[in-house]
Design a binder for this molecule. Sequence first.
Ligand SMILES: NC(=O)c1ccc[n+]([C@@H]2O[C@H](COP(=O)([O-])OP(=O)(O)OC[C@H]3O[C@@H](n4cnc5c(N)ncnc54)[C@H](OP(=O)(O)O)[C@@H]3O)[C@@H](O)[C@H]2O)c1
Length: 281
Amino acid sequence: MDRAFADRKTEEAVRAGIRALATVEDCSAAWPVRPIGNAWSRKYYDGDFHLFEPPPPPPSRPAVSLVFVHTKDGNTGADNPGDLGGGPTDLHLIYEGLSRVAANGVLAGASTVGRTVFFTVWHPELVSLRRELGLPRHPAQIVVSNDGRIDLDSMVFNEPEVPVFMLAGAGCRTKHAAEFLRRPWVTVVPTDASGLGGALARLRADHGIERVSAVGGRTIATALIDQWLVQDLYLTTSAIDGGEPNTPFYCGKQPPKYATIVRKTETGTDQPIKFEHLALT
Ligand SMILES: NC(=O)c1ccc[n+]([C@@H]2O[C@H](COP(=O)([O-])OP(=O)(O)OC[C@H]3O[C@@H](n4cnc5c(N)ncnc54)[C@H](OP(=O)(O)O)[C@@H]3O)[C@@H](O)[C@H]2O)c1
């Protein structure tokens, strides 16, 4: 891991003005969830964070949680994600924080993998919580592409100590075969016309990936929802309108139904973000 990058990300997380959330509604007792947290996270999250745990027997695929921030008018697209108004509480407590602290892997669609992106936790309290949960420092990086519109120079593909799983269609496999071969830490998991379920099952069966944090964008999120591969959603709603118009996190034909696990609101600001942990029903 590039030391300067890691130091900068850690410094930003420590210095960010994270504000505490306050619980508005808590229905977690009604759901199969596992509480996790430490004193720091409980202070800022206002209690335990919940991991959705499908009841036994264990399913053949990983548990997949979606994570999104959208504007008050429901947009998720933006060249600069900061323009969506999630602010430091969403970025450092939820997004690069609790939503992935217990994940074996973070999954993103090809268009969401920028050059200087690396999907992990940075705040020392979250690094410590991840260690307490018995997990390696960084989650595996999972990228999905059919046709190979990916940037192999992205940091995601170039940290030899962190496994990468490339969920790749035939076009992507052909286009980048040589580049994948040059990176033995990249495992190509073929996808096929039947969807992403088979590739996710391989991640669990062959590579021990039991919990995935899926960070979008909306195209891959819609595919995962339409294929019934998502259990729950960590959704932040900012206090502002904006973003790229007509970019809801679900852009398919059958919007899913949700039930509330918890709802929270940010404190200490007159423009609070709202946070919801929702089960897909
Ligand atoms: N607000 C948020 O929380 C949030 C989160 C993430 C991203 N974003 C924003 O959303 C935008 C990107 O979203 P997006 O919808 O354009 O792109 P995306 O979902 O990140 O990626 C789309 C690409 O993923 C691959 N893909 C998608 N569905 C697939 C499937 N079923 N099977 C195989 N591959 C599949 C394809 O890659 P190939 O073309 O290579 O085949 C496709 O072009 C950016 O502006 C980003 O900043 C926002």
